[in-house]
Design a protein. Structure first.
Length: 440
């Protein structure tokens, strides 16, 4: 049986004219669709001693895979397709680990390694990778993880003159970390480790930067000590406060906790959503934005699931392709815009599957049976495999009996949506299942 495809990225997608539950501007949708993340992966790991003597911290094993594989998987949930690894210490060992990391990712990704010519510091590592970086890019530490809704960072709007936005995490005990002073969303100052251990905001090591920042960098320097304080002083740095599980693997005790906690924490429950009749009003073979109308509560429902720590997947029959009403490029363009709009509104669609085949297709190329076409479970089973899901912890919401049949065949609980506000329908389902969020 032939299968359907995964969604691909479409450059230049713009939101449709009109409104939805929360105003999302064209620039907001564009901003929420960042594709590139640089990862600082060149630290010495000196506090780990012998544990990091033969391998960089980011590839130390956490459960059954390197730490980087967990970290990159999280970014893929929010649309990142390319990773630039900023390497230094034991760079060849890092390169040797890439096949294992790639094999563990749920989506295809382009991975590029930028190796600093000498010990250059975190800002220097960015400087030496400047030829690889987009006009707007993400950056994160390769030795810490914050399980939070990253759409809050991706979709946040900044005033003119802002060069960066960072994620802060509120901790009850900040003794191991520097403390950040925040005024509204403006970062005002960075302080070294406080004399007394107490509550405060710390740098979570996650950033969104404009490429113009690179013009401020030197071949050697520290992002944390040299660059961020200066941006704060000039009023060019904003922050988003993220909640959720946080773990830094920089010391032996926390590395041991990460090994025990992260595999459990990041194996999430999942919400599968049919598209036409659930996410959008079913106007019949919707293949373009001018015919796409959000179902009331759709953006709020997806945002609620994301905030609750659930995966969100779309599984949709698209026989309009087989019938010749639109082509697969149109489906990909619509899904690309739809995903960016969801992120701009504060949620995410982790992944999408669609089936363009039909046994009575008008187009010869699509006239066939497919185990991806609901009521068959192929789309769900492929996502379960790719994202390592437990079917018993998953839900599907659809508007047709074929949706529920596909769910049952995949071992997933199905719920029939008959119209109305999607958020009102889904939020009780999420609450009934729950997902405990481990703090730090």
């Amino acid at each position: 049986m032939l299968r359907g495809w995964q969604i691909g990225r479409i450059d230049g997608a713009r939101p449709m004219d009109g409104g939805w539950e929360e105003a999302v501007t064209d620039s907001g949708v564009h901003q929420a669709g960042l594709r590139q993340c640089a990862i600082l992966a060149g630290g010495l790991g000196s506090r780990l001693g012998a544990l990091a003597a033969a391998a960089p911290k980011p590839i130390l094993p956490i459960g059954d895979r390197p730490f980087l594989a967990w970290l990159m998987r999280e970014w893929q949930r929010f649309g990142v397709e390319e990773f630039v690894l900023l390497a230094g210490h034991l760079a060849e060992t890092l390169r040797a680990a890439l096949p294992e990391i790639e094999a563990r990712l749920p989506k295809p990704a382009r991975i590029v390694v930028s190796e600093e010519p000498e010990r250059a510091g975190t800002a220097g590592a960015l400087f030496h990778a400047r030829h690889l970086l987009d006009e707007r890019f993400l950056l994160c530490n390769g030795d810490s993880l914050l399980d939070t809704n990253l759409s809050a960072l991706l979709g946040a709007a900044d005033p003119p003159g802002t060069l960066g936005r960072m994620v802060l995490r509120r901790l009850a005990a900040t003794g191991r970390y520097g403390v950040v002073t925040l005024e509204g969303e403006a970062v005002r100052a960075f302080r070294e480790r406080p004399e007394r251990d107490g509550p405060g905001l710390i740098n979570a090591g996650i950033y969104r930067f404009e490429r113009a920042l690179l013009d401020r960098l030197a071949p050697r320097g520290s992002l944390e000590r040299d660059v961020l304080p200066l941006l704060a002083e000039r009023g060019e740095l904003r922050a988003t406060v993220g909640e959720g599980y946080f773990r830094d693997i920089g010391i032996p005790d926390d590395l041991a906790k990460a090994v025990a906690e992260i595999p459990r924490q990041l194996r999430r429950p999942a919400l599968f959503l049919d598209r036409d009749g659930v996410i959008n009003v079913d106007h019949g073979y919707v293949g373009s934005r001018d015919r796409f109308e959000w179902m009331p509560g759709a953006l709020a429902a997806i945002r609620a699931a994301t905030e609750a720590g659930w995966h969100v997947f779309v599984v949709t029959n698209q026989s309009g392709v087989a019938r010749g009403f639109y082509d697969e490029a149109a489906v990909a363009a619509l899904h690309g815009w739809m995903s960016a709009t969801v992120r701009a509104a504060g949620g995410t669609i982790d992944d999408i599957r669609y089936c363009p085949f039909h046994p009575e297709a008008k187009l010869d190329a699509y006239r066939r049976d497919s185990d991806w076409r609901k009521p068959e479970p192929g789309m769900l089973l492929d996502l379960i495999r790719a994202w390592e899901l437990e079917p018993a912890r998953c839900l599907l919401v659809g508007d047709q009996e074929s949706d529920l049949a596909a769910a049952a065949r995949a071992g997933v609980a199905g719920h029939r949506f008959r119209g109305g506000d999607l958020a009102d329908f889904i939020k009780p389902l999420l609450a009934a299942r729950g997902r405990p969020m481990d703090g730090n």
